[in-house]
Design a protein around this ligand. Structure first.
Ligand code: SF4
Length: 326
């Protein structure tokens, strides 16, 4: 019997489970939006220090876990046309840049208002959901948002390039071929560019994903060098976050140009570096936010780092592609 692939239709039981998970995610989102107005301090704490820190680790396990239930993706794909417009390869490159720029703008904005202002975060989330919904009306399936301008997509590609588990794509089966480049929902290792016309670091650096991966470790480090500040301090916040990103891009870019490693080696190392920096700071920050003891803070740092190490070792193996285990 043939093994199921990511494009194989789900069983009725699997489909019902995914639908239940998607409805639950929508209900949780509605509760979070209400909480951001009614109990902003507690909701912000749970959102930024309990929920969001789980997402990068879930991408290592498989980005499909989040992509399968993400409420923004639900808005994007809700009755989205299977025969609508698709983006040309050139337009996809431009869309990738839009997603990266959105990420580079929104993450530092956390320090200015999104970390502290519940209604502002709620309005931002609703605006993103609306953008995804409109994108779903204008383009085929996920071409108008989830596979083009979503600011989380570059992170999903970087951390999801060598998933630890195999997860079926629940949203668009059969595939409507909504994107003209490798789709992360169909082939995660190739979605980042490795072995997909960009076999070496030098080639990869000419792509949006390659440049993003080179800059991202510095960007995350820069974020954790800032504090929550007043809006008037925007220049200081963006300089502190984007400055290290530029340094990272220059240093890593020079290494990629000179050493010219294979993308299959460079991409996992840069992914592990970025997520490693993230959990080094984010684990203890979560423990502090909830007043947890120092031993818990150490656990919240080192347990995710152990997962990252396991992921990196596996990703660097020649056969480090995902295995169909289901
Ligand atoms: S190419 Fe588009 S329709 Fe096909 S699996 Fe990917 S997101 Fe879904």
């Amino acid at each position: 019997m043939k093994s199921p692939t990511l494009a194989t239709p789900l069983s009725p039981g699997g489909s019902a489970l995914w639908t239940a998970a998607q409805v639950t995610a929508l209900a949780v989102t509605a509760a979070v939006l209400a909480g951001l107005f009614l109990a902003p301090e507690l909701t912000l704490k749970i959102a930024w220090f309990a929920v969001v820190p789980l997402l990068p680790a879930s991408f290592l396990i498989n980005p499909g876990l989040w992509r399968g239930i993400c409420p923004i993706a639900t808005a994007n794909t809700f009755k989205a046309p299977a025969k609508g417009r698709v983006l040309s390869p050139k337009a996809m490159n431009q869309a990738a840049w839009i997603g990266i720029v959105l990420l580079l703008v929104l993450v530092p904005a956390r320090r200015l208002f999104l970390n502290q202002n519940g209604p502002a975060l709620a309005i931002t989330l609703v605006a993103i959901v609306a953008l995804a919904f409109v994108g779903g009306r204008l383009f085929r399936v996920k071409a108008g948002f989830c596979n083009s301008i979503c600011p989380v997509l570059p992170v999903e590609k970087l951390y999801g390039q060598s998933p630890l588990l195999w997860v079926r794509n629940p949203r668009c089966v059969p595939c409507a071929h909504c994107v003209t480049k490798t789709c992360i929902d169909l082939d995660q290792p190739r979605a980042i560019g490795a072995g997909n016309g960009t076999r070496t670091g030098r080639d990869w650096l000419k792509t949006p994903m390659g440049l993003f991966a080179a800059a991202f470790p510095g960007f995350i480090w820069g974020y954790f060098q800032t504090q929550d500040m007043a809006l008037a301090e925007w220049a200081s916040v963006y300089t502190t976050v984007l400055g290290p990103a530029v340094v990272s891009l220059v240093v890593v870019g020079a290494i990629l140009l000179v050493v010219n490693p294979s993308t299959r080696a460079a991409a996992p190392v840069l992914g592990a570096a970025a997520i490693g920096v993230y959990y080094w700071f984010a684990g203890p920050a979560s423990a502090e936010a909830f007043g947890l003891p120092a031993t818990t803070a150490l656990g919240l740092r080192w347990i995710p780092l152990a997962l990252v190490a396991l992921w990196l070792v596996r990703a660097l193996q020649p056969s480090g592609k995902q295995r169909a285990t289901a």
